[in-house]
Design a protein around this ligand. Structure first.
Ligand SMILES: C[S@@+](CC[C@H](N)C(=O)[O-])C[C@H]1O[C@@H](n2cnc3c(N)ncnc32)[C@H](O)[C@@H]1O
Length: 336
């Protein structure tokens, strides 16, 4: 539980400003404009075609935020933190997360109306989102989900006691979940379902890992694509149930269970609040993100997932604990 002090309540408002300043700096490409060598105010204005008033204000604010420093000659330089995490092209780049937040900004600004109506911003203001948002989202999730999935693959003995897996990666995005299994088991094969443009990016990730010949793509809508019957040893639902909502998640779990061979496993990765929905904070904040962005989405408890899995005929529904602070334990169930 987060315990707030009175001064924290005022600070929360200012954190909104801090967040928007850092996100805007990434959107403008400010850290690249400054570059490894540093830059003066005039350099930054010139390279980014920025107004003097605007550039001054944002550069100044980024100094106490710890993302820039400026010497007595007026040269701005990146700090260790911004050089490591906000310069594109590095493995530890966190800018995609911030760019994703920028895309959510408008809907979050409309939160009071979504609370009143229960209807997401995008339904009341249609036509402003495209498939490229999903590509950015999936790419942003790749590093963390690939890392978590690699640990899960090891835990389940992929490539050792569990070999030759046939995997179905539903709403695969970048393919992070199934690609980690292909990397762990050279005899495994995966089929990834998602929208075509998103799968284009997943295919590139498979090529980078030299597993593209074992990574098949099946473009289409997961609500319509036929997953088949008894075909897979592992079906992965990675971060999809929260946007599908309860009714479609239950259907998706049932369709996934049907596509599993006997002895196969269903793996669900999502943000999972406690049964009484009093914590942890992240899954409950994420449910609000689903309120403003989707018509039915939310976050679901372990008991809800267990009920959906059991009604799909799956057994032994349990958690797979992994040590990662912002990731809920994964849920796994067996087809007997
Ligand atoms: C939050 S991302 C998760 C991606 C990936 N599974 C991961 O965990 O990294 C959700 C993915 O679901 C896909 N998606 C959402 N609704 C879909 C639908 N109806 N049909 C196909 N794909 C869908 C999106 O394109 C996006 O790639």
């Amino acid at each position: 539980m987060v315990s707030l002090k009175p001064e924290d309540i005022s600070n929360i408002g200012r954190q909104l400003w801090s967040a928007r300043i850092i996100i805007a700096a990434v959107e403008i490409g400010l850290f690249e404009l400054i570059g490894k060598k540093g830059a003066t105010l005039e350099d930054v204005m010139d390279r980014g075609r920025l107004s003097e008033r605007g550039a001054k204000a944002i550069l100044n604010a980024l100094i106490p935020l710890g993302l820039l420093q400026r010497n007595d000659n007026g040269i701005c330089k990146l700090t260790q933190l911004s050089a490591l995490h906000l310069m594109p092209g590095k493995g530890d780049y966190l800018g995609f997360q911030l760019l994703h937040m920028a895309r959510l900004w408008e809907a979050w600004g409309d939160l009071p109306e979504s609370v009143r109506s229960g209807i997401p911003h995008w339904v009341r203001h249609p036509g402003q989102r495209g498939i490229e948002d999903l590509v950015v989202l999936a790419e942003m999730l790749y590093p963390r989900n690939f890392s978590v999935s690699s640990r899960i693959a090891k835990l389940l003995g992929a490539g050792k006691k569990w070999k030759g897996l046939r995997i179905l990666d539903v709403a695969a995005g970048s393919g992070a979940w199934s690609l980690a299994f292909l990397a762990a088991d050279p005899t495994a094969k995966a089929t990834a379902v998602d929208f075509g443009p998103v799968l284009g990016m997943a295919k590139r990730k498979a090529q980078e890992l030299n597993v593209a010949d074992r990574f098949e793509i099946l473009p289409g809508n997961i609500r319509e694509v036929d997953f088949g019957e008894g075909k897979y040893d592992l079906v992965i639902l990675g971060h999809i149930c929260h946007s599908e909502g309860p009714e479609h998640s239950e259907k998706l779990i049932s369709k996934s269970a049907k596509s599993l061979a006997h002895g196969g496993k269903l793996l669900i990765a999502d943000m999972v609040p406690e049964d009484d929905r009093r914590g942890p904070l992240h899954p409950l904040l994420f449910a609000v993100n689903m309120l403003v962005n989707t018509t039915e989405g939310g976050t679901f408890t372990f008991s809800e997932y267990r009920a959906w899995c059991e009604s799909a005929g799956l057994k032994n529904v349990r958690n797979l604990a992994i040590k990662q602070t912002d990731h809920s334990p994964l849920i796994i169930a067996d087809k007997a």
